[in-house]
Design a protein around this ligand. Structure first.
Ligand code: SAH
Length: 244
């Protein structure tokens, strides 16, 4: 029997943000592979299936397990939060496969944190934006800082993923300093933690105040406005340029 591997994006949190295509892909599989926390969000979709769950940072094991199951002839869903192709597992799976691999692999897109959090903040991404991860586990800090500097100089609205963990705080503080060199201290900055989950928090602050937001963690996404971004009521808006 020919196996099949589907890399399924499951969005930021609640079930409503999982696309019908993702639900269909999961329902057609008999083996589900994923990180424990993400599997908890889709409990009712995976009932009765064979589950292989792994902990954080075990990405290579998780992808290898999914590939192995599919090579053995199973229909496998590899679950990835947000969008699987944005700092997700899609790339790693494709890297692990050999060029001549005959395994059927499909990728189902999903709602990524940038757009999910932008919707909660208002409309901060209505103009050009850059997405930068502050995690230096797989990327050199110097390269991250270079990208931050160039995004700041280029006046891109900038979305930060993986902004700060208990051990990794330096790049978070560096980011504020780097942006303050080329952007006004009162630039709006939006913070969303646990978007579309029970403990969701949303705050709009300014670039100069960002360093004081000590609740920022690995479940938070940050959106730094560009030079045109404004706050209207409780909403952050980056004007597209329409005359009104
Ligand atoms: N593939 C995921 C991103 C993985 S990187 C996606 O497309 O969204 C992990 C980072 O995503 C976190 O550190 C955080 O910055 C962001 N993130 C993931 N889920 C989130 C949520 N529910 N609310 C806010 N940020 C989230």
């Amino acid at each position: 029997m020919k196996g099949k591997l589907t890399i399924v994006s499951t969005g930021p949190g609640i079930r409503e943000h999982i696309t019908p295509a993702a639900v269909k892909a999961i329902s057609e599989c008999d083996v589900i592979v994923g990180y424990k926390t993400y599997l908890e969000f889709i409990e009712e979709l995976i009932e009765g299936k064979k589950i292989i769950s792994t902990g954080m940072r075990q990405e290579v094991d998780r992808c290898s397990a999914a590939i192995k199951e599919a090579r053995n002839g199973n229909f496998v869903s590899l679950i990835s939060g947000g969008d699987a192709g944005v700092y997700g597992l899609a790339g790693l799976v494709l890297e692990l496969l050999t060029e001549s691999e005959k395994l059927s692999v499909n990728i189902v897109p999903g709602v990524t944190s940038a757009t999910a959090c932008a919707a909660l903040l208002g409309a901060p991404l209505t103009h050009d934006f850059a997405v930068i991860s502050l995690s230096n586990l797989l990327t050199e800090s110097d390269l991250i800082k270079k990208r931050l500097r160039l995004a700041a100089e280029g006046d891109f609205v900038t979305v930060l993923y993986n902004p700060k963990s208990k051990k990794r705080t330096e790049l978070f503080f560096d980011t504020a300093k780097i942006f303050l060199k080329s952007r006004s201290p009162i630039t709006p900055v939006g913070l969303v933690r646990n978007a579309y989950r029970e403990s969701q928090s949303i705050k709009i602050t300014t670039l100069v105040e960002l360093k004081n937001e000590d609740w920022v963690d690995m479940r938070t996404t940050i959106v730094i406005g560009n030079s045109q971004t404004i706050v209207s009521g409780k909403r952050m808006i980056t004007p597209r340029g329409y005359r009104i």
